[in-house]
Design a protein around this ligand. Structure first.
Ligand code: ADP
Ligand code: MG
Length: 399
């Protein structure tokens, strides 16, 4: 995939109707937005368009209405918040791309901003229905994609509409693509990737691609135990994907063939059971990775592993991290994740964090502002690392 894509700065937007796909999928409670982070993040693109005299038509999905009109998932609250941040009116359409949206889009003046209703109120959206894509396209002259979180989905408002309009990236997508694209296509070396987390089967596929790019691959978190099992160790009651043991063996052989360093935990923090509730006090002990008792569950990397992993990051010039090293939601089991976050924070390398929980961990633990780039898309960043083509990015014009 070509990562060198045109952005809003490479196209003349003044006086043009610009349909801008954003990620306004914000959490709400009792009709109020509980975190406006995603709206705030979208502001630079919106402000650029307004300041350059575009007629701005914003759109996004929120939640999973599955093609039904659900008033609790209306984007009206989002329009209100954008309006507060922008200090000017945001016109709310009464539908997605229907009569009201068409009329309001046609009446926009230069610098005006409107917001369409939740794109997933339309059944065609997630099916990438061509009729809906054409309706979106008929509202505008230019399409801007600024929603990285849905870039791995081929939906009408994320990719389909680009069949009918010139398409470029907004600032958020541009940043994701330029930083992660460079890391994958032309990284400064040594290049170290760290994988962890609980979605073992999902993430195991990333390993195959990363092994061809990195100098060192570090594996911790829940996914490490399938590797330990592949080494012939017993892993007690730890998270294990039995069907992927052979795959892990293949990956270890591949690393050896290529001369890529593959680091696995050498010790692990274990407990009799997963903490419940997740942050409940818990009694733990540290055991060697090849000596996990049959009735114990591995829930974090041990102290020796923390040092080993932090050491491996020290001389790196590029570091990509996806997935916590342990059950970081529990303070007793957060040490491995803290050690890795600290190693990234201390590093002068380009540091990139992807994955919803890893990003949350960096923020909760106070390391976020010491990381070069925290990706806004969990699934999308993972597919990026997997080397897959992201429809919402592939559809944009090459520079
Ligand atoms: P991300 O959202 O960053 O992609 P995942 O969703 O794959 O990461 O995994 C995050 C979850 O993994 C966290 O909730 C954490 O508690 C859990 N986790 C990490 N290590 C373990 C482990 N050893 N056993 C069980 N769960 C784990
Ligand atoms: Mg997650």
């Amino acid at each position: 995939m070509n990562y060198n894509k045109k952005s809003i700065e490479d196209i003349d937007v003044s006086g043009k109707r610009v349909l801008c796909r954003c990620d306004f999928n914000v959490p709400t409670k009792d009709g109020k937005i509980t975190s406006d982070k995603r709206i705030v993040a979208a502001m630079p693109t919106i402000e650029y368009l307004v300041n350059h005299g575009a007629k701005v038509i914003l759109c996004s999905h929120m939640g999973k209405p599955k093609g039904e009109w659900k008033s609790e998932l209306s984007l009206k609250v989002v329009a209100q918040r954008i309006s507060e941040l922008l200090g000017k009116e945001v016109i709310m359409a009464a539908d997605v791309a229907g009569e009201d949206a068409q009329a309001k889009a046609a009446a926009l003046k230069d610098g005006d901003v409107m917001l369409l209703e939740n794109t997933r109120f339309e059944k065609g959206e997630t099916k990438n229905d061509a009729e809906l894509s054409k309706k979106f396209a008929s509202l505008a002259d230019i399409f801007v994609n600024d929603a990285f979180g849905t870039a791995h989905r081929a939906h009408s408002s994320t990719a389909g509409v680009a069949d009918y309009l010139p398409a470029v990236s907004g600032y958020l997508v541009q940043k994701e693509v330029s930083i992660m694209g460079k890391a994958l296509a032309d990284p400064e070396r040594p290049f170290v990737a760290i994988l962890g987390g609980a979605k073992v089967s999902d993430k195991l596929n990333v390993i195959n691609n990363l092994l061809e790019k990195v100098d060192t691959l570090i594996i911790g978190g829940g996914m490490a135990y399938t590797f330990l099992a592949a080494k012939g160790y017993s892993v007690g009651t730890s998270l294990l994907d039995n069907e992927k043991i052979d795959y892990c063996k293949e990956m270890m052989a591949k690393a050896q063939q290529r001369g890529t360093q593959l680091l696995l935990p050498i010790d692990t923090v274990v407990a009799p059971a997963f903490p419940s509730p997740i942050d409940a006090p818990i009694e733990v002990e540290t055991v060697s990775a090849d000596a996990i008792p049959a009735d114990k569950m591995g829930l974090d990397i041990g102290e020796k592993t923390r040092e080993l992993f932090a050491d491996a990051v020290k001389n790196a010039k590029t570091v990509v991290w996806n997935g916590p090293m342990g059950v970081f939601e529990n303070p007793v089991l957060a040490k491995g994740t803290i050690a890795v976050a600290q190693a990234l924070a201390d590093s002068s390398a380009v540091t990139i964090v992807g994955g919803g929980d890893s990003a949350a961990a960096c923020e909760q633990l106070g390391f976020a502002d010491q990381i070069t780039h925290i990706s806004t898309g969990g699934g999308a960043s993972l597919e990026f690392l997997e080397g897959l083509e992201l429809p919402g990015i592939a559809c944009l014009q090459d520079k």
